[in-house]
Write a protein that binds this ligand. Sequence first.
Ligand code: ARG
Length: 574
Amino acid sequence: MQTFKKTIAKKISEAVPQLFAGVTLDSETVDKMLEYPPDASMGDIALPCFKLSKTLRRSPVQIALALESAFEAKNEAEVSAKALNGYLNFTVSDAALASQTLNAILTEGEKYGSPDIGKGKTVVLDYSSPNVAKPFHIGHLGTTVIGHSLRKLHEFAGYKCVGINHLGDWGTQFGKLIVAFRKWGSREEIEAGGIDKLVELYVRFHKEAEDDPELNDQARAEFTKLEHHDPDNIELWKWFIKISLEEYSKTYRQLDIEFDSYNGESFYTDKMPAQVEKLREAGLLKLDDGASIVDLSEYNMPPCLILKRDGSTLYPTRDIAAAAYRHDTYDFEKCIYVTSSAQSLHFAQWFKVVELMGYPWYDKLVHVPYGTVSINGAKLATRTGNVILLKDLLAQAIEKVSQITAEKNPDMDEDKRAKIAEEVGVGAVVFYYLSNNRIKDINFMLEDALSYEGNTGPYVQYTYARTCSVLKQAKGLKTNSEFKVTAPEEHELLKALSVFPERVLAALEAYEPSYITRYILDLAASFNRFYHNCQILTDPDSEVVNTRLALTEATKTVLGTAFGLICLKKTEQI
Ligand code: ARG
């Protein structure tokens, strides 16, 4: 549609000085005013003329009528215009829409819609980043799937992407875990039970420390030993990380996620002193009750804490060191951080500190926050033990889909069913999660996510499978012929296909994977209306059949590309 918008904008911009003496209007301004009317009977593209009232000093109705005549005079074949109630509504001809959209998709294939803005540029994405030896619960689902989707979107736009899992692998919790392990743990049990056993030890430590506060002193002492590279503690710490990573990897594999780097917080230990020195030299550090802070009151924020009273570093200190390291290593165009909105202040604070330090790349740091998750109405709270582990949620979804598939296809063999169950179960969770604007709080309802009828992952995967099965039944597709559009459903489907490139760009600009999920729903709905109302394979006119097959092929391609952008699997059968 963008090309048609451009053509329309150019025509209007040319007509304005002729119709309204002395006024000029550049076509880019007009382009931004053009809208897609929600109701198809209003045309494909509309110009709300009230937006021009001030410049042209006429009523919207007068403007619409005047501009309409300009289009009529030119006797346009591609785009026709009609004035209605102060709007100028444009309709793109079937032939132009079909040949432009279908030819583009059928020749560009999976590249169709790629904005090609990232060539030669690198984007660093910091996401998922769980805290080692603490539960990987569904609170992490957001950062994991939003982060991964943003990565896919940037890759699609041609950026080189570096995905970093900034593991929470340093801090006093390791002192606690070391004490707990030596008192109550066993190697065999942990080797067998994995991260769950580590979490148990961690929880037990907190319980016992309530009655025996001396344990906390021991934990601090063990962490200090770890900081001084005590070999036994280092060995244990590495092992805890290994156990945790094995667990995370299973979930990442299910989600089809890989990282380029697992450099967690500990990696920056030796990189912090230089940054602290720089802060001091710049005169930014202030002593506050023994701690070193950067005063941000001028910017209406509480101070950013750099060093504790005992000289140890803090979360912002590590983030500043990590950003400087990443800039030197990757020379990023953007460094994106995906975390819950609970951390928004933290990012605003240390981004400001980086700016005050004089780093010219301060404005390349981007925080992408998201809202909280509750599940079936219940808020999650780590402390009360009301956590749902991500792996359990995914396992439940897979199990349910397996049951549904078995009911639908009792004869399907086991392996196939297991594969479908995993693709659809995991996809349902991901799709449901990414369906809303990221900043909104989510109440996760597994039943809803798994419904085959709602606006869900299974529904859109089902639609994808439908396109595959139609194409399988077809004898072959001639793609280079003239297209013959005969039904309104075809026009609507073409329109949906043609706006994909714009939606991709908008999703990138807003860091909003939900624009892609919503696009997928629109496209799936258009395709299903087309599928139900048009005979694809059995129409007597072979040119019509050919056009419908091309539409089906194009839908399959674009759905497939869009699925890839939100980590949804392409299911040929479901
Ligand atoms: N580990 C942190 C958490 O779970 C998230 C880290 C986000 N990344 C960063 N560079 N601070 O809350």
